[in-house]
Design a protein. Structure first.
Ligand code: MN
Length: 243
């Protein structure tokens, strides 16, 4: 069973076709949203597709534009088992919106904590240390998606018990492979981050997680079938943690 723990299903040109294909191919998919307003429409992709789960999110790159939707986030949180995409972005383009990003992220984490914790898919571009600091003491399980921080930040995140989702685009680089080899294998999940993430200009699909499995098999020194089983087992352990 393939796992795509971070995918923007609602942003493909034909999301219902992609959802159906995930189901046919048996890909367990976490469909993350970028704004709370997208929750209702995106949740419809679960209908008839038992392997799809939807996450309630407010993307840090949209925080300055969509902070007004934070009340909608709070409204739907009780019905969401997963939260994402949330986080911080300290990159060149978004650093100017840092203050509002931080305000939104803190609000979300406070709500999640009060609600007893959630599994959270987290964006941490150029912000891993800040993300780790903000998550301190918050109930729930953070999954850092497409980790791109330093080795020191990685070891802090590992020490804090975080999980990680890695995809073909990340594993296509030497640094991504090196980082992935340092994560305990029991805390690794696969992702596509499609349709944003691309390989050779083609948006990745949820079933392209198999490309990540190939790379993980190399890192772990096992065959691909075994790597796929390990990731599926990780997902089982993650979802059986009671929050
Ligand atoms: Mn994403």
């Amino acid at each position: 069973m393939l796992v795509d723990m971070h995918c923007h299903l609602d942003l493909y040109p034909k999301p219902f076709d992609v959802a159906k294909e995930c189901n046919l191919r048996g890909v367990y998919t976490l469909s993350v949203t970028t704004t709370p307003k997208a929750w209702g429409g995106t949740k419809k992709l679960e209908v008839g597709n038992p392997r799809i789960r939807t996450a309630l999110g407010l993307h840090p790159q949209l925080a300055h534009d969509r902070y007004g939707e934070i009340e909608i986030f709070d409204h739907f949180l009780s019905e969401a088992r997963y939260v994402g995409e949330i986080g911080l972005d300290g990159g060149r383009e978004y650093k100017k919106h840092w203050a509002v990003q931080l305000k939104v992220f803190r609000h979300i984490l406070n709500s999640v904590d009060k609600a007893g914790g959630r599994i959270m898919s987290i964006h941490s571009i150029a912000s891993v240390s800040a993300v780790i600091n903000e998550l301190k003491g918050i109930a729930g399980i953070p999954i850092l998606h497409w980790f791109s921080g330093s080795k020191a930040e990685l070891s802090r995140a590992i020490d804090q018990g975080f999980w990680f989702s890695v995809g073909p685009a990340m594993l296509n680089s030497k640094k991504g492979m090196e980082i992935s080899s340092l994560i305990p294998s029991g805390r690794v999940l696969t992702e596509s981050d499609g349709p944003f993430a691309k390989i050779e200009n083609t948006p990745l699909m949820p079933w392209d997680s198999c490309m990540a499995i190939k790379r993980l098999a190399l890192i772990w020194g096992v065959d691909e079938g075994e790597a796929e089983d390990m990731v599926a087992q990780n997902l089982k352990s993650l979802t059986s943690i009671s929050l």
